[in-house]
Design a protein around this ligand. Sequence first.
Ligand code: NAD
Ligand code: UGA
Length: 463
Amino acid sequence: MKINNICCIGAGYVGGPTMAIIAQKNPDINVYVVDVNQEKINRWNSSDLENLPVYEPGLAEVVSSVRGKNLFFSTDIDKNIRESEMIFISVNTPTKTYGDGKGMAADLTYVELCARKIAEVSRTDKIIVEKSTLPVKTAAAIKNIVDETGNGVNFQILSNPEFLAEGTAMRDLEVPDRVLIGGEQTESGKKAIELLVEIYSSWVPKSNILTTNLWSSELSKLSANAFLAQRISSVNSLSELCEKTGANIDEVSKAIGMDSRIGSKFLKSSVGFGGSCFQKDILNLVYISKSLGLNEVADYWNQVIIINDHQKRRFGNNILKSLHGTVANKKITFFGWAFKKNTNDSRESAAIYVAKQLLNEKAILQIYDPKVSEKQILSDLKNLNVDMDFINNKKVICLNNPYDAVGDSHAIAILTEWDEFIDYDWKKIFEKMKKPAFIFDGRNILDRESVENVGFVYKGIGN
Ligand code: NAD
Ligand code: UGA
């Protein structure tokens, strides 16, 4: 088999950027990214590159260099599956909100629909690649579905989890620490692995392409996210201890991170990790462990989530306590809504949880984020069951200019570490606020001395 055409089902944060890079690095392969969401596909095809559905530094340039040449976005799912030799499944796998495993297990509905669709329309042999993050053993379920419902063609299933982080996706895809490919350890399984290795080796050194059995690959993805999140919860748990003892969490992080066995990355204390994956993937790991009767393992990983929830609540409590125990009718400005800088993604952002907590205390929120739209902010609050009366009664005000957003507010809460916040004219901002004016720096990005010099009361995390 030779790979001439690739189809990727799911044109989201992973499917879009990943396929843009694969197309750019493999000009001889046509890459078709398909999705059920017509509006999203229209935006991927739009000539307005500012309006792509995903904001990632560098993405628009890559898309414009290959779109219409060997990268195509379409809603014609059946045709593109049928004509491709390799099909990536890159659909969302959110936490289940119903039935068995509610609130913990991954909802595999969309993955199963993809498997059934592939089986239904395929007339020639296919390699199916799991790009979505999936529970260990999902490949066996996909294999059963496609073999039972297919038309007698051969399917090979590979696991090729994605490790990109939002905000740095293009760099992560260009120079990945590793590409992981798991497959069946049979002759045809190994051939399929080799075909995918060939695609990546157009730009990734072979030494960085790791091949394993299917289950190791699936489990490594959940484990990698759990390890990363665990580091953040570890450092966040210590931030509370710092606040009680006079230690400074940034100094502690630096001191421990200089041990080369520990390493300095991912030790930045924060208001809590967000994003669509860390919580979902750990919950999934906990669920799998529990299902297998491994209660101690489940409890160990669950603690990472418990600390993260505690950190978000603690941040809100700190604001409340500092403003004399009440924020009722007080204006509080949020700088940042995205779950991290350089993305327009706000899924599971700590900002949403802190906002809900403060709205329940009857605060008025003025929100500014450089990339997240008002529509998205209001929809995030709605999805978290925030009382819509708050929104109807203008308790949530989204503003496009940071200097307008601080008007008459008592406090600024920094929820995202956008670089532009560091460069603001903090004296001008201070003048627009009620006094005493507070900054609650949920990302420890501001220089305490500089903002205190213009008059602010500064409260960071863990210092
Ligand atoms: P996303 O929600 O941005 O995109 C998923 C897309 O799949 C949506 O556009 C949706 O319309 C489409 N879709 C769903 N069902 C479909 C179907 N049956 N047919 C066609 N299209 C369908 O999700 P994402 O952030 O790209 O994540 C996708 C997967 O990748 C998840 O499993 C996630 O855990 C994993 N992942 C995400 C990231 C990340 O940074 N976002 C990183 C690594 C791995
Ligand atoms: C994370 C992983 O880093 C990726 O490897 C993985 O592919 C991806 O999840 C996924 O599976 O979806 P992402 O969530 O996009 O990527 O972004 P991260 O940089 O990991 O940040 C996650 C959250 O942790 C953010 O809210 C960030 O602000 C927070 N964080 C990160 C900290 O609070 N402290 C840190 O030191 C690092």
